[in-house]
Design a protein around this ligand. Structure first.
Ligand SMILES: Nc1ncnc2c1ncn2[C@@H]1O[C@H](COP(=O)(O)OP(=O)(O)OP(=O)(O)O)[C@@H](O)[C@H]1O
Length: 332
């Protein structure tokens, strides 16, 4: 008989930098100033409406909800706050049962209500959202809901109208730098100038991506250089993307398509990764403004089609075809 021993290595939460550097109070949240200001005013008054947080991944929606609960409830925050993930659970019934169990007991300490944070609510069908709306109404006396989603347009109107809506934007380069410096100090590492630029480029406004990129780069090099960042994050260098775009603008469509193949194989990029990177690089190509306008419009179209399930390869190639057509028009 063969006995297979499976060794489970668990990382302590402090070993994961996104956990270690997660804001503990609203004061530690970086950027999102207007939102943080309004959330602090709830802490001051001790009251809260239902909230809807919408925005791209990794920009602080969960971080703000947890920090708000900590600031509002102090030591009893863990008893008065729960986080549920709408897409984890098998349907709204499980969510409802979890909500019911949590809401059944009275808030602890001085708290007037408990907070239920429902992540990825846009994963719920509209029927499930209608059920959620009734659940929200049922427990309003004892619970406040913070509903988090990437696209508020996917949340049904009756839920939106019951919530104060907060739109989180991507974080700016300065915000990413603030976090990078915080980690540099905390970990005793050194981030070089080009390393910081690479972190900002790789992050594309997503703080989770920035922190993960820093941690991965730190495993191959004590100094965080651009080389270490690109080596460990499966991101094409900006100059490789520019090279692909220049080939297309120059009329060499098949060469730019081959370059695209190289990048897809070398870095395992998804269609939306490539489109994000094309968008980030196209402004440094010295294109005329009207060409830029037309191409940004095309990028918007391709991005939308990808979220609707369009074929990644065809969408990116169609975009390169547009770069070629505009490149040729500019030569005339
Ligand atoms: N504004 C911010 N200030 C400080 N840290 C942040 C900020 N935004 C994100 N982070 C960091 O990135 C990690 C992920 O952030 P968070 O969980 O808040 O993302 P999110 O917006 O809820 O994303 P998702 O939509 O994927 O759930 C956090 O652990 C935190 O360390």
């Amino acid at each position: 008989m063969t006995i297979i021993v499976v060794e489970v290595i668990e990382m302590a939460s402090d070993d994961v930098w996104t956990e270690k550097y997660r804001p503990k109070t609203l004061d530690e949240v970086i950027g999102q100033e207007q939102i943080v200001r309004r959330l602090k005013s709830y802490v001051k008054t001790g009251n809260l409406p239902h909230l809807l947080f919408s925005g791209p991944p990794g920009v602080g929606k969960t971080a703000c909800a947890v920090a708000l609960a900590k600031d509002m409830f102090g030591d009893t925050w863990q008893n008065n706050f729960t986080e549920l993930n709408a897409s984890d659970e098998r349907g709204i019934d499980v969510v409802r049962n979890n909500i019911k169990n949590f809401a059944r007991t009275a808030p602890l300490g001085d708290a007037r209500f408990k907070i239920i944070f429902l992540d990825e609510a846009d994963a719920l069908t509209s029927d499930a959202q209608s059920a959620l709306r009734r659940t929200m109404e049922r427990y309003t006396a004892t619970c406040r809901f913070i509903i988090s989603c990437n696209y508020s347009s996917k949340i049904i109107e009756p839920i939106q109208s019951r919530c104060a809506v907060y739109r989180f934007g991507p974080l700016g380069p300065k915000d990413i730098e603030t976090m990078a410096r915080r980690i540099e100090k905390g970990e005793g590492i050194k981030i070089t100038k080009d390393g910081l630029d690479a972190i900002i480029y790789v992050a594309r406004g997503d703080m989770r991506r920035a922190v993960n990129a820093l941690q991965s780069a730190s495993t191959v090099s004590k100094d965080i250089t651009a080389e270490a960042v690109y080596e460990t994050t499966s991101t094409a260098r900006p100059k490789e993307i520019e090279e692909m775009l220049k080939l297309a603008l120059n009329g060499q469509f098949m060469d730019s398509r081959n370059k695209l193949d190289d990048l897809l194989i070398k870095y395992g990029l998804s269609g939306s990764d490539i489109i994000d990177q094309i968008y980030a690089s196209m402004f440094s190509l010295g294109l005329d403004e009207d060409v830029l306008v037309a191409l940004v419009d095309r990028i918007g179209e391709a991005d939308f089609r990808l979220t609707e399930g369009g074929n990644e390869r065809i969408q990116v190639e169609a975009l390169l075809a547009h770069f070629k057509m505009h490149g040729e028009a500019m030569k005339k």
